[in-house]
Design a protein around this ligand. Structure first.
Ligand code: ZN
Length: 313
């Protein structure tokens, strides 16, 4: 079992981020929590109905974050899977809602509709073969036949693709899947969240992390034992994984891959239903036990997200 677990990015205003991902893209808001390392900031999670690995896009919204700049050593684009027949629907939806998007192109034979979120994050919808048979979250105003199924994959812009390719193959269980123009594709065992494309950018200006940038990419480990095996392979390549950190919804080990992008190895368990039922995922602010004592102080500084939280008395 291999593939992307989640992608975490940096946003500006939390309410604008929430509106875009739930109301424009129709993702489910699966968890409202805080950045465990910076608890005055939200950590917002979007995904499918239960937040399965491979569907989870998360954000640290820092309202005054400087704009990021694309370039070497950063993720260039994050792509979602939709049925190929849905691309026309999404193009019309983006026109109607004023979402900045590009003309449809083909990559590896699949239609790709590139667009940006309100913070300038580079995203795409890919008409992927087989997506029509995958489950879709139906709580938004996007019909199941058009809805996002989860991640297609990510494109990384790397100065020297060879070493990053070795990490994908030898550490994370991806396989070579050919090239198309500047892209070298790697395929995991899972269809959802199963693709990493490397775009080698020798001599390209390095990117700058900020609003609209991907902060890190997490890859799946079935359990603690396979995570430990993957971390050992990271060490064997001369890279330095962190100790395991408990992120409440998964357990994480981080390392910086040779192209300078922060990678994480995240366990599938326990998942988002560990502290609230699936039916009301995302409704209440959830805090890890070590922050519960500071709940009042934390709630006082977080902006309200319209449409979440308990109904008014
Ligand atoms: Zn993460």
């Amino acid at each position: 079992m291999s593939g992307i677990h989640h992608v975490t990015a940096i946003a500006g205003k939390a309410t604008r981020n929430y509106d875009f991902y739930t109301r424009v893209l129709g993702l489910r808001f699966v968890k409202k929590t805080v950045n465990f390392d910076d608890p005055a900031t939200y950590h917002l999670y979007y995904g499918d109905e239960v937040g399965h690995p491979g569907t989870i896009l998360t954000f640290f919204p820092w309202e005054h974050a400087a704009e990021g700049r694309g370039g070497g050593g950063l993720a260039q684009q994050t792509a979602f899977r939709v049925p190929a027949s849905a691309i026309g629907y999404w193009t019309r939806r983006f026109v109607e809602r004023g979402v900045t998007h590009q003309a449809i192109e083909r990559r590896f034979g699949e239609p790709v509709l590139s667009f940006t979120d309100p913070d300038g994050m580079s995203l795409a919808l890919v008409g992927a073969a087989g997506a029509e048979a995958e489950a879709a979250w139906q709580g938004a105003d996007v019909a199941a036949e058009h809805a996002i199924r989860g991640f297609h994959g990510v494109t990384l812009m790397i100065e020297d693709a060879g070493k990053t390719a070795a990490v994908l193959r030898d550490v994370l269980g991806f396989k070579d899947a050919g090239t198309d123009g500047p892209f070298a594709r790697f395929h995991a065992s899972e269809a959802i969240g199963g693709i990493v494309d490397l775009r080698e950018a020798k001599g390209f200006i390095p990117g700058r992390l900020g609003r609209g940038s991907v902060h890190h990419i997490a890859f799946r480990a079935a359990d603690d034992a396979s995570q430990a095996t993957i971390a050992q392979r990271v060490r064997e390549l001369g890279l330095q994984p962190t100790q395991q950190l408990d992120r409440n919804y998964f357990r994480s080990v981080y390392f910086r891959e040779p192209g300078h992008i922060l990678f994480e190895i995240a366990t599938d368990a326990p998942g988002f239903a560990v502290d609230e039922p699936v039916a009301t995922l995302g409704r209440d602010l959830k805090l890890p036990p070590f922050l519960e004592g500071r709940r009042k102080e934390i709630e006082a500084v977080l902006p309200a997200l319209d449409g979440t939280g308990p109904p008014a008395p």
